[in-house]
Design a protein around this ligand. Structure first.
Ligand code: FES
Ligand SMILES: [Fe+2]
Length: 372
C-alpha cells in the first residue's frame, strides 16, 4: 500500500469492522477473485490477504497445491497465519490445534485426553476453494453462511492466441469502494485529462467518438472496432503488420475488463480486475499477454505503471472528496457504461434474491457518443 493511501485510511479510522454491516458493503459474493500472485506462496510460508473484508491465510502444500483458509482459528479466533505450517497441516499458535490445509478439517487437539469424547474431525476452520491461473491464486468467495454450489464455475483465465507469448502483471491499490474503482476503469472521458503522456496522447487530441455496445451474459461488449487513431502504439502496429487493427473490450461481473487487440497474426490480450479488499479499499490486478515482437516486458511495465499511477493518484484525490459524502452524477453518454454496471449488479442481486432469471439492463445493441 502506498504511503498516501495508508495515511488516508488511518486518518479516517476506517480499519474498524462493525458487525452486521456486511449487507451494506456492496460486495458481489459467489465469484472468483484474485487473492495474491502465485509467486508469493512458496515453501512452507503462510501468506495473508483480504478479500471482501474476509481475512485469508494462503499457502502451498508439499504437493504444490495452493489453499486458502479464513485467517481465524475456530477455537479462539487468533489468526492462523501466526501458526506453523509443515506442508500439510496448519498448527495454531495458541493451543496447537492442527488443521488439514486442503480441507481445513481439524486433525488434532493436543489438550484432549483419552477420556475425551470430542469429535475432532467434526471441527473445521473456514475454507475457500482455490485455483491458480495466469500467475494468480484465485479464491472463490462464497457468501458467508452458505454452501458451495454443486457445480463450481471455473476460475477465469486470460485468453491467449499463440503458443509463445510474453506476459506481465501489474497491480495497484485504490483507496475507494470497488464500485468507484470499476466505474473509473470503464470511464472513457478521463483519458485526455488523467492519462496525458507524450507516448500516448495529449489533451488537445480530444475528438468525438462513436462506439457500438452490445449486451453479453453478465456484462457488455464494446463491439470489435478500429481503435482510436490518436494513439501512437496502434499506428505502429498497423504499420508493422500492414493490416487493420481491431479491438474488442468486454466488461463482465463481478469486476472484469477484458481487452483483445488483433492485427494479422499479432495480438495483445489484457485483463483488469478490480477486487474489493475492504469497503474502503480495492485493488486493480492487471495482466497482459502479447506476441508483439517490438514490445519488451520492461517497456510495457514502464508504460503500464505510469497509467496505473495516474489513475491511482486521481482516485486518492477523489477519496478526499468522497469523505464528505457528496451527491454524484452519471451523465450520458460517457457514463452510460457505469449505469450499465450498476444495473447489472442490481439485477444480479435481485435475481439471486427472487430466484428468477437475471434481467439485462440493455435491451440490445446501442451506439454511444462522447468526446475523448
Ligand atoms: S485459538 Fe487456535 S488452538 Fe486455540
Ligand atoms: Fe484510467
Amino acid at each position: 500500500m502506498s504511503e498516501a493511501v495508508r495515511t488516508i485510511l488511518q486518518a479516517d479510522g476506517l480499519a474498524a469492522r462493525e458487525p452486521g454491516r456486511e449487507a451494506e458493503a456492496g460486495f458481489l459474493w459467489d465469484f472468483w477473485y484474485p487473492a495474491v500472485r502465485s509467486s508469493l506462496i512458496r515453501g512452507n510460508k503462510l501468506v495473508t490477504a483480504m478479500l471482501l473484508e474476509v481475512p485469508l491465510v494462503l499457502g502451498r502444500t508439499g504437493e504444490g497445491r495452493a489453499f486458502a483458509m479464513r485467517d481465524s482459528c475456530p477455537h479462539r479466533g487468533i489468526p492462523l497465519s501466526y501458526g506453523h505450517f509443515d506442508g500439510a497441516t496448519v498448527e495454531c499458535s495458541y493451543h496447537g490445534w492442527r488443521f488439514d490445509a486442503c480441507t481445513a478439517r481439524c486433525v488434532e487437539i493436543p489438550s484432549l485426553t483419552s477420556q475425551d469424547k470430542l469429535k475432532v474431525e467434526r471441527i473445521f476452520a473456514g475454507h475457500y476453494p482455490c485455483e491458480e491461473r495466469d500467475g494468480y491464486v484465485w479464491v472463490y468467495m462464497n457468501s458467508p453462511g452458505t454452501r458451495l454450489p454443486e457445480t463450481m464455475p471455473v476460475a477465469p483465465a486470460l485468453p491467449v492466441f499463440s503458443k509463445k507469448y510474453k506476459i506481465a502483471h501489474l497491480d495497484c491499490e485504490l483507496p475507494s469502494h470497488v464500485d468507484q474503482g470499476i466505474i473509473g476503469l470503464m470511464d472513457p472521458a478521463h483519458g485526455p485529462f488523467v492519462h496525458q503522456s507524450w507516448f500516448w496522447r495529449s489533451k488537445h487530441s480530444i475528438h468525438e467518438k462513436q462506439k457500438q455496445f452490445e449486451p453479453i451474459p453478465y456484462g457488455f461488449r464494446m463491439s470489435p472496432h478500429s481503435p482510436s487513431s490518436n494513439s501512437a502504439p496502434y499506428q505502429l502496429l498497423k504499420r508493422i503488420t500492414g493490416e487493420g487493427v481491431t479491438t474488442t473490450i468486454d466488461f463482465v461481473l463481478p469486476n472484469t475488463r477484458l481487452e483483445e487487440i488483433h492485427s494479422g497474426k499479432m495480438w495483445f490480450s489484457s485483463r483488469a480486475t478490480v477486487t474489493p479488499v475492504r469497503r474502503d479499499l480495492c485493488r486493480i490486478d492487471f495482466v497482459a499477454a502479447w506476441n508483439l515482437p517490438f514490445l519488451p516486458v520492461s517497456l510495457f511495465r514502464m508504460f503500464g505503471k505510469t497509467f496505473l499511477r495516474q489513475d491511482q493518484e486521481t482516485m486518492i484525490k477523489q477519496a478526499e472528496g468522497l469523505k464528505h459524502d457528496p451527491k454524484l452524477m452519471l451523465i450520458d453518454d460517457a457514463d452510460r457504461p457505469a449505469k450499465w454496471y450498476f444495473g447489472l449488479k442490481a439485477n444480479l442481486l435481485e435475481s439471486r434474491r427472487s430466484g428468477t432469471a437475471m434481467e439485462h439492463p440493455m435491451a440490445g445493441p446501442v451506439t454511444l457518443r462522447w468526446r475523448s
